[in-house]
Design a binder for this molecule. Structure first.
Ligand SMILES: [Zn+2]
Length: 358
């Protein structure tokens, strides 16, 4: 097969796999947006644990498919470049961070409580939690994919290394400079490729005869550099030096050389560690009213008033997000829609109860 044909074929394999990965991740985001958007037990440890468990299960169902897809993609790439694969027993799915996923999935609730504690509205607190949800899920999917791909590479004696394949078509804000600069790096099969927040990079095997990742990247790099032209973006790219460091939970992480070793997750953890400044009294008393038995007319009117106000606030915030260009399928928008629905349900429930009391 001519080199060009091979590259085209490999590019098709990589692109269609990336497309399927995208669909899997967006299905996962929908499930997670529903769990966290309809959630209201942010201050109840048992409630948080239950929601976290739902998130763990929903995520794992998809991550198992992400793993299978990554394995079959890598097997296809290796067969296309003429690799004989050693037989291997199927590997069971393992959560890609070396920690308990249940603890990781309690973080959106920590994020929510932190936001409220510094005086943010319920809507902005939920958005902060949903942002965290999106971030955890994206990172887990990327880690699962990378781990499964690299493990497959080890099934051939001919693979001497691998490199990252950048995916300009997958990132909304453009491929990050770190990945572009690292596109010429070669990794050993025993090493894991460093990723970073929002990384969409794939992996391509290198053999003595073949380095398909290089040709796959070349087109994209040419386009990226010519689009950057003489701009500061291009100069910035030329000045970037990358390094990687070993993150306790994520494994190797790509960073700008000389930068502080802090990922978004770590930064958020530090921020959260600070003492909350404001106690939100009103919310806690509403919390009390929601659990109270034999609610009075006055109680119910307060709950109804709150549901109405919050419903409007969610509605406004959803509109703002849509006006800023966010898609209706964005997990933040979806989560906010579920929260708005929860307010509609509260409104109905308390209005009915009020009829009985009155
Ligand atoms: Zn990347």
């Amino acid at each position: 097969m001519a080199q060009n044909n091979l590259t085209t074929k490999l590019a098709q394999t990589v692109l269609s796999s990336a497309g399927m990965q995208g669909r899997l991740v967006s299905a996962m985001m929908q499930a997670l947006a529903e769990i966290w958007g309809s959630f209201d037990g942010w201050y109840d440890d048992d409630g948080v644990e239950q929601a976290a468990q739902l998130a763990v299960d929903a995520e794992q169902r998809v991550l198992e498919q992400v793993k299978t897809l990554a394995e079959s993609t890598m097997q296809a790439l290796m067969l296309q470049t003429g690799q004989a694969l050693k037989a291997e027993a199927p590997q069971p799915f393992e959560y890609p961070r070396g920690v308990d996923p249940l603890e990781v999935w309690k973080r959106p609730a920590e994020q929510y409580r932190y936001a409220v504690s510094v005086g943010e509205t319920e809507q902005d607190a939920l958005l902060a939690a949903l942002d965290r949800v999106e971030h955890i899920a994206n990172t887990d999917a990327q880690l699962t994919r990378r781990d499964a791909q690299v493990r497959q590479l080890r099934r051939s004696d001919k693979v001497i290394g691998y490199r990252r394949i950048i995916h300009p078509e997958l990132s909304k804000s453009g491929v990050c400079g770190l990945c572009i600069v690292a596109a010429d790096r070669v990794y050993k099969v025993d090493d894991l490729m460093p990723i970073h927040d929002g990384c969409n990079c794939d992996v391509a095997p290198i053999t003595k005869a073949n380095d398909p990742g290089m040709s796959l990247n070349q087109d994209d790099l040419k386009k990226l550099y010519s689009a950057a032209g003489d701009s500061t973006a291009a100069k910035d790219l030329k000045n970037i030096r990358v390094a990687s460091y070993e993150h306790g939970e994520l494994g190797p992480v790509l960073i700008r050389a000389g930068d502080k070793y802090l990922t978004e997750d770590e930064a958020k953890t530090r921020k959260r560690a600070r003492k909350p400044k404001v106690a939100v009294v009103d919310t806690s008393s509403l919390r009390y009213l929601r659990q109270k038995e034999d609610r009075t007319k006055h109680d119910l009117n307060r709950l109804i008033g709150n549901a109405r106000t919050q419903h409007e606030a969610y509605q406004r915030r959803i509109q703002e997000l849509r006006d800023s260009g966010m898609s209706a399928h964005d997990p933040k928008v979806l989560g906010m829609i579920f929260a708005r629905r929860r307010m509609e349900q509260e409104l109905k429930k308390y209005s009915k109860e009020l009829e009985k009391v009155a």
